[in-house]
Design a binder for this molecule. Structure first.
Ligand SMILES: Nc1ncnc2c1ncn2[C@@H]1O[C@H](COP(=O)(O)OP(=O)(O)OP(=O)(O)O)[C@@H](O)[C@H]1O
Ligand SMILES: [Mg+2]
Length: 359
């Protein structure tokens, strides 16, 4: 991303292998994907937890600790390259679609974008990384074309570069999470029944928190994060059974909790979670001109909770699926197939980043 001033390209045309690294509040997720005949192959995959206090509100708080976790996942997965794609959180960027003359060459476009940016970016431009992407004209005879302007404070991109370099990696691409999600969604869309035009698909990414992304014809039109998610269940387990955060998180994944867990904690959490997704959808409807979606896809680590898609489908009355971006991919020998299958819904952003170079 962010070609002006002097940052690695977001929309780089080069097709050299790279790895996708998703740094969340609680984990580092690594993925390497290669073309494999007419398919894609997962060449390397790994997830390492982040130490408590390493991140807060999606910002790096302890550089050494985050770099250590990245190094750990690199050592374990042995990817074939150090070239890396990483994403800034969607909330950290300003995106605008501008209508600009088709005839401009890249240099002219860049100069005009910088002038336009003054109006759209509420920070001094020397503190901001900016990039743009031309989109196809809406009509064949148009003299203007839509141009996507993306801007992010440099301190956000700089801190990611710094931590990747400290872990021995080469930051090549800085993307945005919702663009990475869009790329992964592309893998799922043709798996949906009645893949029709103007299809509205909502993806609820239920990780520690929940982000609702809505796509029209595979293009993101709405994205909003909400603080309710798997973290609430971990907190409840911690309190109810007197466990540490790590113990609670581990027990939740393994499912080895006392018999009353299901009734006392898990079931109420599932109900609350579906209600939250319903509320997020209502918010989407009330802030846009849409009043329906065609499909709901559940992604994120918490969507692995048993029966959640069925519950959501019943409550929301909309066909609901669990995300698996790897469904058509081949796995290399060194990839742990079982672990990847379990983590698949939580790998949408890492997958979109890993595919960055091939798309
Ligand atoms: N098998 C499982 N059953 C229940 N919860 C799970 C399971 N696996 C992961 N989780 C929960 O999913 C959450 C992590 O999901 P994910 O990896 O998608 O989040 P994240 O990307 O790290 O965070 P976020 O996207 O919210 O910043 C944690 O709360 C974890 O406890
Ligand atoms: Mg996530």
């Amino acid at each position: 991303m962010f070609r002006i001033p002097s940052l690695p390209l977001l929309f780089s045309p080069k097709k050299l292998p790279l790895i996708g690294i998703d740094i969340t509040n609680s984990a580092v997720k690594l993925l390497e994907i290669h073309p494999y005949g007419n398919k894609l192959q997962v060449a390397s995959y790994g997830v390492a937890p982040l130490e408590s206090g390493a991140m807060a509100d999606r910002r790096i708080k302890d550089y050494k600790s985050v770099a250590r976790s990245i190094k750990r996942v690199i050592e374990r997965t042995q990817p074939s390259t150090t070239r890396t794609a990483v994403a800034v959180p969607t909330a950290a960027v300003i995106t605008r679609t501008l209508s600009l003359p088709l005839e401009l060459n890249d240099d002219e476009m860049e100069a005009l974008i910088m002038i336009e940016a003054e109006q759209h970016v509420p920070y001094p431009l020397n503190e901001v990384a900016i990039d743009f992407q031309r989109q196809p004209p809406l009509n064949p005879n148009d003299e203007n074309q839509p141009v996507l302007l993306v801007a992010c404070r440099k301190e956000v991109t700089d801190q990611l570069d710094y931590v990747l370099e400290a872990a021995g990696l080469d930051p090549i691409v800085t993307d945005v999470e919702n663009f990475a999600m869009e790329r992964s969604l592309g893998l799922l869309l043709n798996k949906l029944p009645n893949n029709q035009e103007n299809q509205i698909v909502a993806v609820a990414d239920v990780g520690a928190t929940t982000t609702l992304n809505v796509f029209r014809d595979g293009e993101i039109i709405y994205s909003r994060e909400q603080m309710f998610g798997g973290k609430q269940l971990t907190d409840e387990i911690q309190r109810y059974y007197g466990l540490s955060r790590e113990e609670a998180g581990f027990a939740k994944k393994k499912g080895n909790l006392p018999a009353d867990y299901n009734l006392e904690l898990l079931q109420p959490f599932k109900i609350a979670l579906v209600q939250q997704v319903e509320r997020q959808l209502q918010l989407f409807y009330s802030s846009t001109s849409y009043h329906d979606i065609d499909f709901l896809i559940l992604a994120g680590g918490s969507s692995a909770i048993e029966n959640l898609p069925q519950m959501a489908q019943q409550q929301l009355g909309c066909p609901t699926y669990l995300a698996n971006p790897f469904i058509d991919m081949v796995l290399s020998d060194k990839v742990d197939a079982l672990a990847l299958a379990q983590d698949a819904p939580a790998m949408m952003i890492a997958c979109g980043l890993a595919m960055r170079v091939w798309s």
